[in-house]
Design a protein around this ligand. Structure first.
Ligand SMILES: [Zn+2]
Ligand SMILES: [Zn+2]
Length: 348
């Protein structure tokens, strides 16, 4: 059995935007329920995040911005960015606890755990001095930064339907972190970055890898890109830790993104990384992320955790979509073209 820890605090559920805002913590509570019903918590330890420590934020966020979030957290109204991320009462505390979950996850990996899970993490759009895309603080980049205290090489694999722009910007010149993002890329689609030529700067040149996928990309084309690009890059970089940002909005039923991954496609991705991690003695930190079909996102996270726990497939079969999805030849050709461009830029 692989020594696995699940980091959780009920306060995660407070990070949920009011009214008809699409980001709801219902995803996390549903996933936890699916895992409880199937006895997952007999097979892994559950730990609470380390006590809130706002100093963790200052490694990548500006003091002014942190102070601004604290103020808005008391006011409980207005916006934290230019439109998508509203403030609510307690937004500072509930954001910080989710950051602490990811940071605690990587600390526990340095203390002997092989896999750590924080489905409350994955808020990859937050920037140094601004919220963005429903993300207040960037726990993905902050966890990598914390991980640098213990590990030499860390990889981030971001499979959210949107580009991991905040993570990219915060770690753009970092030579110790490989940042890979696969995402939908289309005119007018949020956040508008994540083209192939964005590949890092300074000491981080070449360590940012973007795979911009066309709408309609299904499991077959996605896994093709993953095998052609992500697996060789991970093998070449040899990370001691792989952080997975597993946003559930690449799912075919997601209302905000037009990628077409199924739960089986997601599982195939996690399985590839899991196998590689054991072959190369890397550790895994699995984080959540976006996901606006709440049930699909909860199912994705549950089958992924089952993979890390080596739980027999039958036990989660009822949570799966029927089958792998396929891509039209028109879209497949576009994906192949993107893959060739990525290979060229990164000499794969
Ligand atoms: Zn394992
Ligand atoms: Zn997303």
């Amino acid at each position: 059995m692989h020594k696995t820890v699940f980091v959780w605090d009920d306060k995660y559920l407070d990070y949920s935007f009011p009214g008809d805002h699409p980001f709801k913590s219902l995803r996390e509570s549903k996933a936890k329920k699916y895992m409880e019903e199937r006895g997952f918590f007999h097979q892994m330890e559950v730990r609470r995040p380390d006590p809130p420590d706002e100093n963790v934020l200052y490694s990548l966020h500006s003091r002014d911005y942190v102070e601004f979030v604290k103020l808005k957290s008391i006011e409980g109204e207005g916006l934290l960015d230019y439109g998508d991320t509203p403030a609510f009462k307690g937004v500072f505390e509930s954001s910080l606890i989710r950051v602490m979950g990811s940071v605690t996850g990587i600390r526990l990996l340095s203390q002997g755990y092989e896999h750590a899970i924080n489905i409350g993490g994955g808020l990859h759009h937050a920037q140094r001095s601004s919220a963005s895309g429903f993300c207040v603080f960037n726990d993905v980049a902050l966890a990598a930064k914390e991980g640098e205290k213990f590990f030499k090489r860390i990889a981030i694999v971001d499979v959210d339907g949107h580009h991991g722009d905040g993570t990219q910007a915060l770690l753009y010149d970092d030579p110790n972190v490989l940042k890979v993002s696969l995402h939908m890329y289309h005119k007018g689609f949020f956040p508008g970055t994540g083209e192939v030529y964005e590949d890092g700067i300074g000491a981080g040149k070449g360590l940012t890898v973007n795979v911009p996928l066309p709408p309609g990309t299904g499991d077959d084309a996605y896994l093709y890109a993953f095998d052609e690009v992500v697996m060789p890059l991970l093998n070449r970089f040899g990370p001691e830790v792989i952080i997975i940002q597993e946003g559930g909005d690449s799912h075919f039923d997601d209302p905000l993104v037009e990628l077409k991954l199924s739960t089986r496609g997601y599982l195939s991705i996690i399985r590839r990384i899991h196998n590689l991690a054991h072959e190369r003695s890397s550790k895994i930190l699995l984080l959540g992320g976006g996901g606006y079909n709440y049930d699909a996102t909860a199912r994705i996270w549950t089958v992924s955790v089952a993979e890390l726990l080596a739980i027999p497939e039958e036990e989660v079969e009822s949570l799966h979509d029927c089958c792998l999805t396929s891509t039209t030849s028109f879209t497949m050709d576009k994906v192949k073209e993107v893959v060739e461009r990525v290979k060229k830029v990164h000499q794969i």
